[in-house]
Design a protein around this ligand. Structure first.
Ligand code: F6R
Length: 244
């Protein structure tokens, strides 16, 4: 628990940078699982700073983003492809072919094959080394809404109404928020070697309490992280305020 989200974000960026540097020294690649939304933006800003000022290189880093709205064109204002490019990828030296983000442009009949391949690619690269997560007010991680089981993998899902309301301002009205998304599953997330979940602000305090101190239940998919043996939760004071 950190006083503010800036220090907390710098800490998370340091953890990621340490992994990248260690692997580079060993001559090995590393695999990052990445999230979008407001929570990780300062982590990405700090990684960009480390790249520009300290020479942190992403040449041997592979990334897999958790999710993307469906349908979604990559150049749309709300696209997670665009988000990642603007916040991270355009500013670092990662080869483009090492970046993976669920494809919101696929025809429906191609989605399930794409999802299977997404899992396969992660496995072939040796699995995710660090999975970065935010948490939604429904308790979602990725877009695994209530009802998502611990055996869920990358798939097309229906967004919860609370999640669509939370996204409404990005889309200039709830009616414009897509009803579906492609997301990595709870099972995909639990397979990561290390998980770092972050939350900032008092708006997240109630769901953080449920996820960490409540029963493990598919009604709060983030509560399955209690079963992971290498999961770190990084909070600011406000997000931790309801914890015992
Ligand atoms: C985003 C994602 C979501 C967000 C969550 C919190 O890729 O997977 O689970 O992490 O909705 O969003 P923010 O950070 O905007 O509060």
């Amino acid at each position: 628990i950190f006083k503010g989200s800036t220090d907390a974000s710098e800490f998370v960026a340091q953890e990621i940078a340490a992994l990248i540097k260690n692997r580079q020294q060993e001559g090995r690649t590393c695999v990052l699982g990445l999230a979008t939304g407001s929570t990780p933006t300062r982590v990405y800003a700090e990684l960009v700073r480390m790249h520009k000022q300290e020479g942190l290189s992403f040449k041997h880093v592979y990334t897999f983003n958790l999710d993307e709205y469906y349908p979604m064109a990559p150049d749309s204002l709300q696209s997670y492809v665009r988000f990642m490019n603007e916040h991270l990828f355009n500013h670092i030296d990662i080869p483009k072919n090492q970046i993976h983000i669920p494809d919101g442009t696929l025809p429906k009949e191609k989605v399930s094959e794409f999802c299977k391949n997404y899992e396969k690619k992660i496995d072939e690269l040796g699995g995710i080394d660090i999975q970065v997560l935010g948490i939604g007010r429904t308790g979602h991680i990725g877009f695994n809404e209530p009802g998502s089981t611990e055996k869920s993998f990358t798939r097309l899902v229906t967004l919860d109404q609370v999640t669509r309301i939370d996204a409404a301002s990005d889309f200039f009205g709830e009616e414009n928020v897509p009803r579906k998304a492609i997301t990595m599953g709870v099972g995909s997330i639990l397979k990561a070697k290390r998980v770092i979940m972050m939350a900032w602000g008092e708006g997240k305090a109630r769901v953080i309490k449920k996820a960490i101190e409540g029963p493990i239940t598919d009604q709060i998919p983030s509560s399955f992280l209690q079963k992971h043996d290498n999961c770190l939760v990084v909070l600011d004071d406000a997000a931790s305020s309801e914890l015992v």
